[in-house]
Ligand binder design. Structure first.
Ligand SMILES: C[C@@]1(CC(=O)O)c2cc3[nH]c(cc4nc(cc5[nH]c(cc(n2)[C@H]1CCC(=O)O)[C@@](C)(CC(=O)O)[C@@H]5CCC(=O)O)C(CC(=O)O)=C4CCC(=O)O)c(CCC(=O)O)c3CC(=O)O
Ligand SMILES: NC(=O)C1=CN([C@@H]2O[C@H](COP(=O)(O)OP(=O)(O)OC[C@H]3O[C@@H](n4cnc5c(N)ncnc54)[C@H](O)[C@@H]3O)[C@@H](O)[C@H]2O)C=CC1
Length: 262
């Protein structure tokens, strides 16, 4: 198998764009929109999420794209779509026109989502159906636990940064090395077992001691520790009986001594 190389025909910048606090305008979108974005929300404004505002009017001109961070057109009128793209280009707003790839600043891709895990497959406009097929192959190679594992790694990483804060420098390097080592040496299933208590333990026994325990040792200690505490609690259950025996023994001894005196 040959190593992947950068395509001679050019690629795209693949980024995870944060929509939070951004304004996105979708112009048009009948059937397409109802399938892809906001099913059945056009007719009932009460069920529209507050993040989405539906304007029941025709696109009026450049004022509509003012303050927009991104514009999508999904019209049954290709000429109007082209005009809107032109306006966006002038205003330097990123635009996507359904069905006119040549005019698009960006394309959508096939997506796999599992909690915080997002995989986008793009053929850069060459073969959308091929993107869908690649998605199936990648899905088949995933166990389904990756999203949960990444979620736990996210919590571990946040707590590590809270415990040892600061940007860059030797501490930053040490943090990155330790986190990488945890991710490299622990399997996906091991990472999913990192509940909040285990995360604290891993930071105490791993990070603080500048080591990364093997998951086998980490979890067997964990369960041995809980077995020992279980046994101790059984010993605790016996204390009343031991106490009774001791008291009985003491009484018997006193009686015996008393008898001897008589
Ligand atoms: C540029 C882009 C739109 C953009 O982002 O602006 C675009 C454009 C066009 N698609 C067309 C056709 C088909 N599109 C699909 C499917 C998908 N198309 C998607 C994205 C994109 N399609 C962007 C490029 C992405 C890339 O290159 O990787 C996916 C990945 C994601 C999504 O739709 O959100 C989604 C799969 C999602 C999934 O399964 O997960 C299928 C197959 C199917 O439905 O199964 C077919 C028929 C078979 C075929 O043509 O391959 C045509 C008509 C061509 C014609 O007339 O002949 C055009 C226009 C043109 O090419 O001119
Ligand atoms: N339906 C689908 O699955 C797909 C559609 N497309 C493409 O996406 C585009 C839209 O498709 P559909 O949603 O199916 O079409 P549609 O005909 O159902 O919806 C288009 C909508 O745009 C509105 N519109 C037209 N001119 C307008 C203007 N000036 N201002 C505001 N709204 C306006 C119309 O009132 C209509 O609601 C087409 O170019 C189509 O080829 C692409 C991929 C899939």
């Amino acid at each position: 198998m040959s190593k992947p190389t950068l395509s001679q025909t050019g690629g795209s910048l693949l980024i995870a764009w944060q929509l939070k606090d951004k304004n996105v305008l979708i112009v048009g979108g009948g059937e397409l929109l109802s399938k892809a974005y906001i099913p059945a929300q056009k007719s009932s404004s009460t069920s529209t999420p507050s993040r989405i505002t539906y304007y029941d009017r025709r696109f009026s001109g450049p004022a509509e794209i003012h303050k927009m961070d991104m514009v999508l057109t999904a019209l049954d009128d290709a000429n109007r779509s082209r005009e809107i793209c032109e306006m966006c280009r002038k205003a330097r707003i990123a635009v996507n026109a359904a069905d006119i790839p040549d005019l698009c600043d960006f394309y959508f891709g096939a997506q796999i989502r599992d909690g915080p895990l997002q995989i986008m497959i793009s053929t850069n406009g060459n073969g959308p159906r091929m993107a869908a097929l690649m998605k199936k192959k990648i899905q088949a190679a995933l166990s389904g636990s990756e999203g949960e594992a990444i979620d736990r790694v996210g919590v571990l990483r946040a707590q590590l940064k809270e415990r040892s804060p600061g940007v860059g420098g030797p501490l930053g390097r040490r943090r990155m090395k330790w986190m990488s080592e945890v991710c490299n040496t622990w399997e996906i299933d091991d990472l999913t077992k990192l509940d909040d208590a285990a995360i604290t333990k891993l930071l105490d026994e791993g990070w603080e001691k500048n080591t990364v325990p093997s998951p086998q040792n980490f979890f067997s200690n964990h369960s041995r520790a809980s077995k020992i505490s279980l046994q101790l609690s059984h010993v605790g259950d016996l204390i009343p009986f031991i106490g009774t025996f001791a008291l009985g023994g003491l009484c018997a001894t006193l009686l015996f001594l008393g008898h001897r005196h008589v």
